[in-house]
Design a protein around this ligand. Structure first.
Ligand code: FE
Length: 257
């Protein structure tokens, strides 16, 4: 196998409030990580001098994630880590959190908290169990909403809405799997991008009913950016394009052939 080219992308502020005190940050990526495991996006929301880390990922990305976070906020000011669900590419590095982000509460579905000791961390986690109906997560002068997305794909699954910058972190909803050698941060050609999303959505998501339940929860939100855990950001027109693509998706989950 030919080694993939290392193309390292630096973290940057995707969206920020007018006064600059609230920021949504994409934490960068190394394209060569695709050789080790599916590419993942990590995000940080900063409000004043506090920050919330979103789906920090597995152990092999943790060093990059930690360094990227430290460019924007002191790691001891990370007051929360949000886990959309329990998968290894989401929570695999959780045993490193107490040492590197010592003041962070762990936000995760109440369904998954008792499974966390199996990831190698038995003490030191300050866990806030998110109830099935969702919750508000305070951050600085604002708060974010954990929006239920159960069975998309995990039985205890949350997306996260940040009203201060109108960003919806959509976890595995909107995930894309790129062919070898291809990657881009923003969706431009939606039709091509849909071909990278379809297989994942039809095989991993549970069923159309779960999709419809989530769509009804997000349809009245003002959304300028949808930021999934894998793949690319949907901005502008592509936000509505993605939501209507998802609504019309056929052969999902139990009905996937
Ligand atoms: Fe997952």
């Amino acid at each position: 196998m030919i080694a993939m080219e290392r193309r390292v992308h630096r973290p940057f502020v995707v969206a920020e409030s007018k006064d600059g005190s609230h920021k949504f940050v994409w934490l960068g990526l190394d394209e060569a990580d695709a050789e080790k495991g599916i590419l993942t996006n990590q995000y940080l929301v900063v409000d004043g001098d506090e920050a919330l880390l979103i789906d920090p990922g597995g152990r092999f990305v943790f060093q990059r994630v930690y360094r990227s976070v430290a460019e924007f906020v002191s790691p001891d000011r990370v007051v929360g880590v949000f886990y959309s669900h329990q998968d290894p590419d989401v929570a695999g590095s959780i045993s490193l959190v107490p040492e590197f982000f010592p003041n962070a509460k762990i936000y995760i579905s109440a369904l998954w908290s008792r499974f966390l000791p199996h990831l190698g961390v038995e003490t030191g986690l300050d866990i806030v169990e998110i109830p099935d109906g969702g919750t508000e997560i305070p951050l600085g002068r604002h708060s974010l909403a954990a929006v239920p997305a159960h069975f998309l794909h995990s039985p205890g699954n949350f997306t996260l809405y940040d009203p201060a910058v109108k960003v919806l972190f959509s976890a595995d909803i909107g995930a894309a799997v790129f062919p070898p050698g291809e990657w881009y941060l923003y969706v431009e050609d939606f039709e091509k991008h849909a071909s990278y999303m379809e297989g994942f959505h039809r095989r991993y998501l549970c069923c159309k009913q779960a999709i419809d339940a989530w769509l009804s929860r997000v349809k009245n939100l003002k959304i300028e950016i949808i930021a999934p855990q894998h793949g690319s950001l949907f901005a502008g027109e592509n936000v509505r394009r993605f939501l209507s693509w998802l609504e019309s998706l056929k052969g999902v989950g139990l009905y996937c052939r």
